[in-house]
Design a protein around this ligand. Structure first.
Ligand SMILES: [Zn+2]
Length: 424
């Protein structure tokens, strides 16, 4: 054997030995949380889990009954699962989502984002199950999904049984396991718009009425007596067209109370946040306004989850959530400062001059509804204003020295200001 061959043989033996001695790479070496480019959904779900240990995505909600949701939630909040801090996420996991359809990686991301230890259970729309424990005494079992019930709710309960009966040991984190690849059947349904829902509901009754009218026409046929539509019909058609135009306009004026009442602001903020969430989830990844909308959702959501804040913070959250929705529905239109008389009225589209005797002339940016009324700047129960109390005295939002009022007046920088204010 030549010296060169001996050297090559020795070299390959040494390399093979080194490869064997090297620490074995984990199963998820090809996927880690740092590779996830968009954590917005993970952050949203982590936020929802702060309110309760069970999260069910709205697309999969119809596979659960109210009773089964309550039952699982009750189990999670009672012994022994509450000690283990078990959280359950039921969500659609598809090949083109943030983790390429890998629920175990999703749980890892959820743990990193929320920073909360415990046991995480993921149940995907196509009935895959993933478990992960972080700094927990429980030794998670291998779940044989073939032996579980096909129904979502009882399958989840069976998995919770396994977790509750699992052996305990010293506190440790479980190793990440490889996921079963997602099936093609679990497609993420985009939420249907109001118009689509209306037309699909109206289709069948409409067809029935149409058939009945045709039958009447055939039975009682008379010579045609058509005349051009009168002014009433034309007025109705014109009003209908104007109404439809108004509904699609992001700058349209809205009705709002003259005081920042929490009982009014709370449901309005929840509704705006829900609408924004549906819009963000339905928007494609490359939508130009998506990042701004996600920022707005996070900022408004932070305020909604902080009950100790003053009412002007909730006014700010409503304005920010509406701006976020506009960046999805009308990404080409600029964000406008809200009405200076009452920020809850919506965008300011007109200017009005303040008439004050022997005082500097001032212009007010107001919404279209305020612009058609007398510009009355007094604070009263019937005047269109929203007083902001600073040091016990009422001010208009444009003059108040208040961080929330300033965040409302600068829609482009609102997100940064809110984060600064909440110190997050
Ligand atoms: Zn107004």
């Amino acid at each position: 054997m030549s010296a060169a061959r001996v050297r090559r043989a020795l070299l390959s033996t040494v390399l093979a030995a080194l490869a064997l001695c090297a620490p074995s790479s984990p199963v998820w070496a090809d996927g880690s949380v740092t590779e996830i480019t968009d954590l917005s959904r993970v952050e949203r779900i982590a936020g929802e889990l702060e309110d309760g240990p069970l999260y069910v995505h709205h697309d999969l909600r119809d596979r659960w009954t109210d009773n089964s949701l309550e039952r699982v939630e009750e189990r999670l909040l009672s012994e022994p699962l509450v000690d283990l801090e078990v959280r359950v996420v039921v969500y659609p996991s598809v090949p083109d989502d943030e983790t390429a359809g890998r629920p175990a990686l999703f749980l890892q991301a959820l743990h990193e984002v929320s920073g909360r230890d415990g046991v995480y259970v993921a149940m995907t729309g196509d009935r895959r199950v993933a478990l992960a424990a972080f700094d927990s005494p429980v030794r998670l079992p291998d779940v044989d999904t073939d032996g579980l019930s096909p129904a979502h709710d009882s399958r989840t309960e069976q998995v919770l049984d396994l977790v509750a009966q699992a052996p305990r040991g010293s506190v440790a984190s479980s190793e990440l396991t490889a996921d079963v690849p997602p099936s093609d059947r679990d497609t993420l349904q985009r939420p249907r718009g109001d118009a689509e829902r209306f037309w699909s509901a109206a289709l069948f009754p409409g067809a029935l009425i149409g058939l009945a009218l045709m039958a009447v026409r055939v039975v009682f046929s008379r010579p045609p007596t058509w005349r051009p539509p009168g002014w009433q019909v034309r007025w109705l058609l014109r009003s209908w067209a104007a109404l439809r135009e108004l509904a699609g306009d992001p700058y349209r004026p809205r009705r709002a109370p003259n005081r920042a009442w929490r009982w009014w602001l709370q449901p309005v903020l929840s509704r705006e946040l829900r609408r924004l969430r549906l819009l963000v989830e339905a928007a494609p990844e490359n939508h130009p306004g998506r990042d701004r909308a996600v920022q707005a959702y996070d900022a408004a959501g932070l305020i909604a989850r902080s009950p100790g804040l003053p009412p002007q913070a909730m006014v700010c959250a409503v304005v920010v959530a509406r701006n976020g929705a506009q960046s999805i529905t009308h990404p080409d239109l600029p964000l406008r400062e809200p009405c200076q008389i009452n920020p809850l009225h919506g965008a300011a589209c007109r200017r009005r001059r303040e008439y004050a005797h022997r005082r500097r002339l001032r212009w007010w940016e107001v919404c279209t509804r305020c612009s058609t009324k007398r510009l009355d700047l007094r604070f009263g129960p019937l005047t269109p204003s929203l007083p902001l109390l600073v040091d016990g005295r009422p001010h208009h939002y444009r003059y108040a020295k208040d961080a929330w009022a300033e965040a409302i007046a600068a829609p482009k920088h609102a997100f940064a200001r809110i984060r600064k204010e909440l110190e997050v």
